[in-house]
Design a protein around this ligand. Structure first.
Ligand SMILES: Cc1ncc(COP(=O)(O)O)c(C=O)c1O
Length: 487
């Protein structure tokens, strides 16, 4: 027993072992090291560091990387936080540039929630859920019921809720795409349930491969796993890809055949660079329309968030999930489960409402909103392709073209000498590469092993959120030097 264990009630030897097992690389060792470098630079103690700034390309945190908040959202939020300002509309309008629709929206939301300092209903304020349902209906062309909408503190808490409900025993398994955003594997580890991995097809733009999914399911069943659900991330993190409508339909049909709940993580639904986004909800309703009765029992939970897209308000912790086809008694247990946490942040709920119901053409704030929104969209798209082009030029790097989300996930081939050097540091080769990159350039990325990758392949993930292209040059230079050093 360690000395600490003798002095304290809690030690690593007696806390929940499942928490210890969970891994979450996007905020792991390299992220911690990068923060140390940042603090060092902020104190003016550059020392031997060969760079002047740290670029946190490890996490999709838009405003940390200088994405500006959308004015409409923040103007309304400021009035929600300090309603006294509403007593001075002339000051707001004449001196601060607030438009009439900002004031009207704040008044409406205050009426809906009373105060952002008050708890709301556990699944969110009714008027906000209605607004979300209206948005879904406009997006998909099919009705949505506000009673089936559950507001959440970001999509993370929604996923946490769903997995808590589904994972009833250690043998419960959930099909998880690999590579995946590690929220899924980490939460399954905490819940002492099983991740049933299915590999995405890198060569086909990281699409789903139904045969691979079937094989994974069969293998899991043989091992005694009770597979209850399939998770899909579309657009993908870390893959930077968007699923085709055919892939979506195939997954839904498979889920119907195998009686699997579908968890559709759609937090990147507006970060789409090729074609247009198709929701799983629309895919399901289309199937139900085409073959009435056949897909009525499919259970679908789809998630969205204010953290990504052009909103980027991840610090406000807002999101929702919509349930379709769930048994009402199960839904009641979900309601009870979220009630234990009382309610998601009410300011976050209000920002979800604004995301779902932004200024429309003809509204006083529309012009600025539109300019800011598309400015961010175009900037992200431009940087995605600049980074992609840079990867295309790099020796031993292959990257799928960016079609969605905020990431690129290239394959990297390193020499046996680099593999040996990694081994001698007790690291996997991808960790070694990314660790060297951080020390040489200040750019923090995440090794592919943090998301899962096919055996024998190596990747790294980077966001393309950081402004400018200087840091892309830093990566290119480092890569060349790395390849030369270990040739
Ligand atoms: C695929 C995916 N799902 C969920 C989340 C969590 O987002 P939120 O901030 O809404 O909890 C993220 C965050 O990066 C993500 O990439």
């Amino acid at each position: 027993m360690s000395v600490t264990a003798q002095l304290k009630s809690l030690s690593l030897d007696n806390i929940n072992p499942h928490v210890k097992e969970a891994k979450y690389a996007v905020r792991g060792e390299l992220a911690v090291r990068s923060e140390k470098y940042r603090a060092q630079l902020n104190k003016g103690e550059k020392g031997n560091l060969p760079f002047d700034t740290v670029i946190s390309a490890n996490i999709g945190n838009p405003q940390q990387l200088d994405q500006k908040p959308i004015t409409f959202f923040r103007q309304v939020a400021s009035l929600l936080e300090n309603p006294l300002l509403l007593e001075k509309p002339e000051v707001l309008k004449e001196h601060l540039g607030y438009k009439d629709d900002v004031i009207a929206r704040a008044q409406k939301l205050i009426k809906d929630v009373k105060s952002v300092g008050a708890y709301s209903q556990s699944h969110g304020a009714p008027a906000i859920r209605q607004s979300v349902a209206d948005f879904i209906e406009r997006r998909d062309g099919y009705p949505s019921d506000p009673e089936h909408i559950y507001m959440s503190g970001g999509a993370s808490s929604g996923v946490n809720t769903l997995l808590h409900i589904i994972c009833s025993k250690p043998e419960t398994g959930i099909l998880i795409p690999i590579p995946q955003y590690p929220l899924y594997t980490a939460t399954l580890a905490v819940l002492n349930a099983r991740c049933v991995p299915y590999y995405l097809e890198e060569g086909k733009g990281w699409g789903t491969d139904l045969n691979a999914i079937k094989e994974s399911l069969e293998k899991a069943k043989q091992e005694g796993t009770d597979v209850r659900a399939i998770a899909v991330i579309n657009p993908g993190n870390p893959t930077g890809s968007t699923l085709s409508p055919e892939d979506i339909t195939a997954v839904l049909k498979f889920a119907a055949e195998e009686k699997l709940v579908v968890i559709a993580d759609e937090v990147y639904q507006t970060n789409v660079f090729a074609g247009s986004f198709v929701s799983f909800k629309k895919g399901l309703r289309d199937l139900q329309k085409a073959e009435p009765g056949k897909y009525d029992n499919v259970e679908l939970a789809s998630l969205h968030s204010i953290s990504k897209g052009m909103v980027g308000e991840c610090g406000h912790r807002g999101g929702y999930f919509e349930l379709v086809g769930f048994d009402s008694e199960v839904a009641a247990e979900i309601y009870k489960f979220i009630s234990i946490q009382l309610c998601p942040p009410v300011i976050g709920q209000c920002i979800v409402e604004m995301m779902c119901n932004p200024p429309r053409e003809g509204d006083p704030s529309y012009e600025l909103y539109h300019k800011e929104y598309y400015g961010i969209f175009e900037g992200l798209k431009k940087r995605a392709f600049a980074l992609y082009d840079a990867f295309e030029e790099m020796e031993g790097v292959e990257c799928q073209p960016p079609t969605g989300s905020m990431y690129l996930f290239p394959t990297i081939h390193v020499s046996p000498k680099a593999v040996e050097a990694a081994k001698s540091e007790g690291r996997t080769p991808d960790e070694f590469y990314v660790s060297r990159l951080l020390d040489a350039t200040g750019v923090c990325m995440v090794p592919g092993s943090g998301f899962g990758q096919k055996e024998g392949t190596l990747h790294f993930r980077t966001t393309f959120l950081a402004p400018g292209t200087d840091w892309v040059g830093r990566i290119t230079k480092f890569h060349k030097e790395f390849m030369d050093e270990f040739r």
